[in-house]
Structure formats: C-alpha cells, structure tokens
Design a binder for this molecule. Structure first.
Ligand SMILES: Cc1cc2nc3c(=O)[nH]c(=O)nc-3n(C[C@H](O)[C@H](O)[C@H](O)COP(=O)(O)OP(=O)(O)OC[C@H]3O[C@@H](n4cnc5c(N)ncnc54)[C@H](O)[C@@H]3O)c2cc1C
Length: 369
C-alpha cells in the first residue's frame, strides 16, 4: 500500500512536537503504530498552517477519518492523546482565523481594502526570505501607502497584540523578514518607492525605504554620482532592508557599508511615534578606526532624545571592511530590535519598528568612467 501521509520535509521528531505538542521523548516511547498515527496527523495539520491553498475543512475531515479508523482498544490511550492534541491545534487555528477576520476588518477602517491582502498567493510569497529555512504564513500582508497608515498599523498592533514584520525585497539572509511569531502580519514597503531628491551639491540621495537598491544606484548614476551601497542582491533588496541588515558589497572596502553611508533616517517606533536618527557631522568617508561616529535620535518635537556613539575601532573586526552586525545593532534603536528578531527563533514582540521615510545616504562622485 502506498503511504497516504503527506510528505513533509521536517523530521518527525520536530514535526510532532511542533504541531501536536508531544515531546520527542514521549513519542519515542510509543509503539510503532501509534507513532505513525501521530506523525500522519501532525503532517496533515502542518499543511494547514503552511499552505494557504489547502481547505482546512478537508484536512479536518481527513484527520477525523484517520483517528476514527484507529483502534483505541489495541493501542490503549494513544489515539485519545493524539485526538486531544489535534483538538488543541484546531482550537488555536480557529481562534487565529477569528482574530484575522477581526483584524482585517479593523485595518480596512483606515486602509484601502486592496492594501490589506489575504490572497493565498500573496501570503505564500512572503512566507520566507532568501534563507528559505522556515516557512510561516502571516495573517495578512499589508501594503501601506502613507506614514499615517504605518502609525495606525503599529498602534493597532499594540492594542490587539500581533507582530509586525517589515519586508523590503525579501532577499535577507537572516530570516528577519519571516513571519515566525504567531499572529504576524507582513508590512510590505513596496509602495514606498519614491526617490525624493538627489542633491548634486550636497552629494546626497533622499528616498523612501522601499526603493530598490539598484534603482537608487541608477538614479545616482544618471546624475554622475556613485551610490556606494552595492550588495550583490541590489536588484532585489530595498534601502530599508539595506539599513536593517547593514548591507554592503565590493565598495565596502573603500566606502564602508550602509551604516557608514547613512546621513539620517526616519522610522516609526512601535508606539507609532516617528523619530529621526541623524549622524552628526558626517565626514563623507567610511568610519575609520580612530574616529567615533555619533548619531542623534530626535523625537517629533525636534528634541534630541538619545545620543549614540560608535567608536570606529570597535565596530569592525580588525582588517575587515564590513561593520560587524552587533555594532550597528547597538547603534540604532530600530536595529537593536532587529537584532533581537534575527537572533531568536520565536520573538514575542507585538510589533517591530522600521524606518519608513526617507533615508538619506551620502553618495560620492564616481571615480569610474
Ligand atoms: C543572492 C544574494 C546576494 C546577496 N548579497 C549580499 C551582499 O553582497 N551584501 C550584503 O550585505 N547582503 C547581501 N545579501 C543579503 C540581503 O540582500 C541584504 O541583507 C539586503 O540588505 C536585504 O534587503 P531586503 O530589502 O531584501 O530586506 P528583507 O529581506 O525584506 O528584510 C531583511 C530584514 O530587514 C527588515 N526590513 C526590511 N525593510 C525594512 C524597513 N523598511 N524597515 C525596517 N526593517 C526592514 C526585515 O524585517 C528583515 O528583518 C544577499 C542576498 C542574496 C539572496
């Protein structure tokens, strides 16, 4: 007989605990038939959580059939334990569904209906990033068009307690854009794609956070300038993602990474407040070992709320062009939280702030023809 259990790439010792909350040690002590039943039920339930095209009612019926065909007499308590665990799964799943319905309704009170996306193909498109290590479905994907939308989303996140995961190009290699926390929404910056200004005197480019890096590079080039943030992923990555990950490419040896090139950026905090992080007296070269980069954090009233100092000899490993991630995370309020997101498998934060408007990067005159 062919195996009727769906194929899942997770090994059973991770699948069963994750879906049914039955520990690997307990499962190991079970007889083979009971273990197989647990694995097959967990595999079906796993699909509901990871594939938005699947109809949950079909899976529910299939799981019920498997359980009712099990012989509790011969297997003792095992099928009952699995049934209880499956019920707990459905309770959570259905509660999350009700939560999503209410959330979508609340979001559509201040955002256009089309910007609150629940279509399966859109959810699957942002279920992972370039790491492809883990696939999790968000409740929905949001495509705000204004800063006020972003503020309101974050305020709602605080009120209803859901996680907000900003997403640029999805090319990250840290897993930071994956909606891992339960009840996550993806906040796509895809509609923040404006290059606001290129100042050829001041040698600055001012842009929204969702601008694709290559677009910024080409825009600078058209004005005879060199935009020095050049990760190999530039045709996919966004400026917001570059800031968050402190990205850099071959130019990093000469000009440093994103941190070195930033003059200022604005971001919406978890509270909904907009702050600006501004480099004091940017010297127009990368942060050198004997220098200290100073950033001021400015609140909405214009007052300096915090000053962060980054000694150049502490932010890079010796002889490295690239700034170590911990150093930039220590520098910026947004990035401190981002470090947390990237390093923990299940951050419980209800919301994560992100720079939304506009980031200004220094550009250098092009030396190349
Ligand atoms: C083929 C390939 C080549 C690469 N080459 C390089 C390279 O040469 N150098 C390098 O440094 N990296 C490289 N990367 C990694 C990646 O492209 C960079 O880290 C890039 O900066 C990610 O940008 P993104 O817009 O795709 O971010 P995403 O993947 O969308 O997100 C990355 C993180 O940033 C956060 N984020 C995104 N936008 C915002 C925002 N507006 N506000 C707040 N947080 C935000 C997300 O929540 C997430 O935590 C490469 C990746 C790939 C797949």
């Amino acid at each position: 007989m062919p195996e009727r259990t769906p194929h899942i790439s997770l090994p059973s010792e991770r699948l069963v605990p994750r879906v049914l909350d039955i520990s690997p040690e307990e499962l190991e002590s079970w007889p083979e038939d009971a273990k197989n039943l647990a694995v097959s039920v967990a595999a079906e339930l796993f699909l509901v959580r990871s594939n938005p095209f699947i109809n949950p009612s079909d899976v529910k019926a299939s799981v019920e059939k498997r359980l009712s065909e099990a012989n509790p007499k011969a297997w003792g308590e095992y099928p009952r334990t699995i049934r209880k665990a499956a019920k707990a799964f459905w309770d959570v799943f259905e509660a999350d569904g009700r939560f999503r319905d209410n959330l979508v309704e609340r979001l559509r009170q201040f955002m256009p209906t089309a910007d609150v996306v629940t279509a399966p193909h859109a959810l699957i498109a942002c279920a992972t990033d370039a790491t492809d290590l883990r696939l999790e479905l968000p409740l929905c994907m949001l495509m705000p068009e204004t800063h006020d939308h972003i503020r309101q989303i974050l305020r709602l996140a605080n009120e209803l307690e859901f996680a907000v995961i900003p997403r640029g190009g999805g090319s990250g290699l840290t897993g930071g854009a994956i909606p891992i926390p339960r009840r996550s929404v993806i906040l796509s910056l895809a509609k923040f794609r404006k290059i606001i200004a290129i100042d050829t005197q001041a040698l600055t480019l001012t842009a929204q956070a969702g601008v694709i890096t290559l677009t910024a590079i080409k825009a600078a080039e058209a004005k005879g300038l060199l935009f020095t943030v050049d990760p190999a992923s530039k045709s996919a990555s966004s400026l917001g993602g570059n800031i968050s990950e402190n990205a850099g490419g071959p130019f990093a040896f000469e000009y440093g990474t994103t941190l070195d090139n930033l003059i200022s950026y604005k971001m919406v905090e978890a509270s909904g407040e907009i702050i600006e992080v501004r480099r004091v007296d940017h010297p127009r070269h990368k942060i050198r070992p004997d220098e200290t980069a100073v950033f001021e954090v400015i609140d909405e009233s214009g007052a300096v709320r915090d000053v962060v100092k980054l000694p150049g000899d502490q932010i890079r490993a010796k002889n490295w062009a690239r700034t170590s991630p911990t150093s930039i995370w220590a520098a910026c309020p947004a990035c401190r939280r981002k470090a947390w997101t990237a390093s923990l498998p299940r951050p419980a934060s209800p919301s994560i702030p992100f720079p939304s408007i506009p980031a200004r990067c220094a550009s250098s005159s092009s030396a190349a023809p």
